[in-house]
Design a protein around this ligand. Structure first.
Ligand code: DGT
Length: 230
C-alpha cells in the first residue's frame, strides 16, 4: 500500500491530542485486565479506556462476539474487522489527562487473535491477507502512541477456571487448548519477541494471584504509571 499524503487526515486529528503517556494492558482472556484498570480509577489525571466488548456484543442489535464463537469460519473476518475499527477508535481518542490506560490494542488483536485464526485455518489465507494489509496500513500511516505495555501474565489453567466461573454466555465453550494457544501467542509477542514489532517496553506482572493478593502486585506498576500523572 502506498500512501502519498495524509488520506485519513490524521495529522489534523493528532493536533487535538495531548500526547498522554499511553499504557496498553495486555494478557490472556480472563487475566484481569479490567480489574487492573479499575485499580487505577482511584487516581486522578488518568483516562481509563476499557475494551469495547459491549460494542462487539451489540452492533445494531447483532452480537458479533457470539456469532464469531458459534460459527468462526463464517464470522471471524467480520468480527476482526470490527475489533480493528473499535480498537483504532480507542487509540485515536483524545484525552485531556497526562496518562491514558487502554485495555488491549490493535497489536494484540493482530499478533494474538488474528494470528491464531490464521494458524488454525479459521481465516482463509485471502481473508488473513486483507486483515494484515489493513493492520500494516494503519500501523504505518496513523500514529499510535505506546509508552508502556503492562503484561498480566497468567497460567492457562487458572484463567480457564476464571472464565468458566464468570460465565460470559458467549465464552461457555472456550476449551483449555484455545487458552493455551493464546497464552503462547502472548508470550511469543511480548516475551520471546518473535514479531519484529513490540511497540513499547513491557512490564510483566504475576496475574495468577487471587483477588486478595493481586492489589500488591498491581502496585508494582504504580510508580511507572503514576509518575507521569504528576
Ligand atoms: P479480562 O478483564 O482480562 O478478563 O479481559 P476479558 O477476558 O474481558 O477481555 P479479552 O480481550 O481478553 O477477551 C474478550 C473476548 O473477545 C474474549 O472472548 C476473546 C474475544 N476475542 C476474539 N478476538 C479478539 C480480538 O481480536 N481482540 C480481543 N480483545 N478479543 C477478542
Amino acid at each position: 500500500v502506498k500512501v502519498e499524503d495524509d488520506p485519513l487526515n490524521c495529522k489534523k486529528m493528532c493536533a487535538k491530542n495531548t500526547k498522554p503517556f499511553t499504557v496498553f494492558v495486555e494478557g490472556n482472556i480472563g487475566s484481569g485486565k479490567t480489574t487492573f484498570l479499575e485499580h487505577f480509577r482511584r487516581f486522578e489525571d488518568i483516562t481509563l479506556l476499557t475494551e469495547p466488548v459491549e460494542e462487539w456484543r451489540n452492533l445494531n442489535g447483532w452480537n458479533l462476539l457470539d456469532l464469531m464463537y458459534k460459527d468462526p469460519p463464517k464470522w471471524a473476518m467480520t468480527f476482526q474487522s470490527y475489533v480493528s475499527l473499535t480498537m483504532l477508535d480507542m487509540h485515536r481518542r483524545p484525552t485531556d489527562t497526562p496518562v491514558k490506560l487502554m485495555e488491549r490494542s490493535i497489536f494484540s488483536a493482530r499478533y494474538c487473535f488474528v494470528e491464531h485464526m490464521m494458524r488454525n485455518g479459521t481465516l482463509h489465507p485471502a481473508q488473513f491477507a486483507v486483515l494484515d494489509e489493513w493492520f500494516r496500513f494503519i500501523n504505518h500511516n496513523i500514529p499510535i502512541a505506546a509508552d508502556l505495555i503492562v503484561y498480566l501474565k497468567t497460567s492457562p489453567s487458572i484463567v480457564h477456571e476464571r472464565i468458566k466461573k464468570r460465565a460470559r454466555s458467549e465464552e461457555q465453550c472456550v476449551p483449555l487448548t484455545y487458552i493455551e494457544e493464546l497464552h503462547k501467542l502472548h508470550e511469543d509477542w511480548l516475551i520471546n519477541r518473535v514479531h519484529a514489532e513490540c511497540p513499547a517496553p513491557v512490564l510483566v506482572l504475576d496475574a495468577d494471584l487471587d483477588l486478595s493478593q493481586i492489589t500488591e502486585e498491581y502496585k508494582k506498576s504504580e510508580h511507572q504509571i503514576l509518575r507521569k500523572a504528576v
